[in-house]
Design a protein around this ligand. Structure first.
Ligand code: NAP
Length: 259
């Protein structure tokens, strides 16, 4: 399917690896020029070069921490005039509800709620003026089915979800759609580190921890970054203009719910 976005330009945050990289590759395949970001400059430049070589699109890199005001300013500067924004950042650490103080919540809210809001506030007005835009926020399955050990993530992402629910309806008349994409377990470094946590906690090998987690998914496997990216690219496509304020869950069927 032609996604109808060839020649458009996108900012994809936190995209040298994992889900962000999957989104960058799928958008590049659809002919979209990219601004890519991560903190580690070397892995970022390598990912950007692979994408330039494979898809022939223009890729600008901005090595910075997207969760800091300085990082956001650099990204907003490089991304002036973008048509597509994909927000993403690393997730907060796991723990127990008794572990977290005000400062832990402030950090999680900054990274996973206030950062995407700041980027939308800066870049959506230009999209509205031009009459076309797409925003996809990478959140988590925890928005629909809270994960007990990820209380900081549950809280921050629920806050972003509430913001998007209202804001998406306000900007839709100008041709801009905002939606969230909710990953369940996908085969990335983040998933491997969570496998490591289960392995430590239960005294089993990392392979056994992964098998155990896979057994709990109706597909009996983790999702791939390529599948995730393809869904993101569709949500950024010309065809997705009637999708507004939705939370699209990619969890292999883990959430045992009818709707
Ligand atoms: P990942 O494989 O660890 O990749 C993270 C990417 O983001 C890397 O390119 C990393 O590069 C970059 N990054 C991290 N923090 C950053 C920051 N502060 N500023 C700029 N770039 C940053 O992670 P992932 O699995 O793709 O996860 C992406 C998001 O989805 C996370 O918020 C995660 O919690 C959420 N999620 C993932 C899963 C899953 O199963 N994978 C499930 C639910 C939710 P640098 O380290 O060089 O910055």
């Amino acid at each position: 399917m032609d996604l109808g976005i060839r020649g458009k330009r996108a900012l994809i945050c936190a995209s040298s690896k994992g889900l962000g990289r999957g989104c960058a590759e799928a958008l590049a395949e659809a002919g979209v020029d990219l601004v890519m970001n991560a903190r580690g400059a070397e892995a970022l430049e390598q990912a950007a070069q692979e994408i330039r070589d494979r898809f022939g699109v223009e890729v600008v890199t901005v090595a910075c921490d997207v969760t800091t005001p300085d990082g956001q300013a650099q990204l907003i500067d490089a991304a002036q005039g973008v048509d597509i924004l994909v927000t993403n950042a690393g997730g907060p650490p796991p723990g127990l509800w008794t572990d977290w103080d005000r400062e832990d919540f402030i950090r999680a809210l900054d990274a996973n709620m206030l950062t995407p809001i700041a980027l939308m506030k800066a870049l959506v007005p230009g999209m509205m003026e031009r009459g076309w835009g797409r925003v996809v926020n990478i959140t988590s399955q925890s928005v629909k089915s809270p994960i007990p050990a990820l209380g900081l993530s549950n809280s921050a992402r629920a806050g972003l979800t509430g913001y998007v629910a209202g804001t998406s309806r306000q900007v839709a008349p100008s041709g801009v759609t905002i939606n969230n994409l909710l990953p369940g377990i996908h085969d990335t470094d983040r998933a491997a580190s969570l496998d490591g946590g289960v392995s430590k906690k239960e005294g089993i090998s990392v392979e056994e921890a992964r098998k155990k987690r896979e057994a709990g998914i109706p597909t009996r496997r983790y999702g791939t970054a390529a599948e995730f990216g393809a869904t993101c690219a569709f949500m950024c496509s010309h065809h997705a203009g009637f999708m507004v304020g939705q939370n699209v869950l990619l969890d292999g069927g883990v959430g045992n719910q009818t709707m």
